[in-house]
Design a protein around this ligand. Sequence first.
Ligand code: NAI
Length: 316
Amino acid sequence: MSKVDFSGRVAIVTGSGGGLGRTYALELAARGASVVINDLGGSFDGKGGSHRMADQVVEEIRSAGGKAVANYDSVATRAGGEAIVQAALDAFGKVDIVINNAGHLRNARFEDLNDENLDSILDVHLKGAVYVTQPAYKIMKKQGYGRVVFASSAAGVFGNAQQAAYGTAKAGLIGLMNVLSLEGKEHGVLCNALLPTANSRMSEAMDPKQLEAFGAQYAAFGEHLGQSYEPAFVTPLVVYLASETCQSTHAIYSASVGRYARAFIGIADGWNGPRLEPASVEEVAANFEQITDTRSYSIPGSLSDEFDIINRNFRK
Ligand code: NAI
C-alpha cells in the first residue's frame, strides 16, 4: 500500500485548536501538508476567544518539524472566512484542502430554542462552512484541484433530541456538500461529508439530564468504548478524504469508535401510481406499505438522476 502523502499540499482546518480538528491537523502536517490552524479559542458554547488554542497546536506541529500557521478569525462571518483563506495564501501561496470542522454546541428542547442560539448555531456550522469554503473554492477551481470535507453529524442526518438548531445546521451541510460536489467535480474539487463520533469537550458538554433523555445506551456509549472513543479514531478517514488518493465525492461517511462506513440518502422503488391522472388518497393509503418498503432502493447521484431512476422504474 503506497503512503498517503501531502507534500506540497496546503490545508485549512477550521476549529483545529482542540478536539477532533487538532488531530486532523497534526496528521496532515505529519504527512507533509502545510496547515492553517484556525481557532477562535472560545468556550464549547461559542463564548469568548483567545489565541492560546491555535498557538499550541502550531507549536506542536512546528516542534515536530512540520509547517503550520495560526489564525484566530471566526468562521461565522464572511470577513472571517475570507481572512482564514487569506492566511493560507499569505503563508503558503495556495489552498488545496478545507476541512470545515469549527463549531459550538447549544442544546435546548425545541420549545425553548431562542433566536440567539438558533442564529449562533446556524452561523458557525452552516454559514461558517460557506464563508470559508467559498473563497477557497474559487482558488481550487482555478487550480483544478481541491478537497473539501464538511463535518456534519449523525444528529442532523439521523436526528438527536434537543438539537434542533444543531441538527438543522448539520443536515444543511449535507445539502451544501451535495451541490458543491456536483459543481466542483469537473474542476477536480471533490467534496464529502463526515459524521464523526468522539470524546471531546463538545461531547462532554452534554449535561447528564440530556444524556438521560437520549437514553441509557447513549450514556453508556463513551464509558464502555474506552480508547476507540478518542478523536484519533476518526482522523484516518478524514485525512484519507482530504488526500489526492481519495477519488470519492458527493458522499457521506461515518467514523465512530473504529467503525468506518458510508451513510447515504436513498430512495425506495416505491409504488408507481397511474400516469394519466393523479392517484387518489385512498389508493395512496392502500399502497402505503409498498411506498414505505425500503428493501429495494436507489441512491440518486443528483436531482436529474432521480428522474432517470423514476423513468427506468416505470418502464420495468
Ligand atoms: P470541539 O469543541 O473540541 O472543537 C470545535 C473547535 O472549533 C473548538 O476548538 C472551537 O474553539 C472552535 N471554534 C468554535 N467556534 C469557532 C469559530 N466561530 N471560528 C473558529 N473556530 C471555532 O468539538 P469537537 O467534538 O472536536 O467537534 C469538531 C466538529 O465535529 C464540530 O463541527 C462538531 O459539531 C462535529 N461533531 C463532533 C462530534 C463528536 O462526537 N465530538 C459528533 C458529531 C459532529
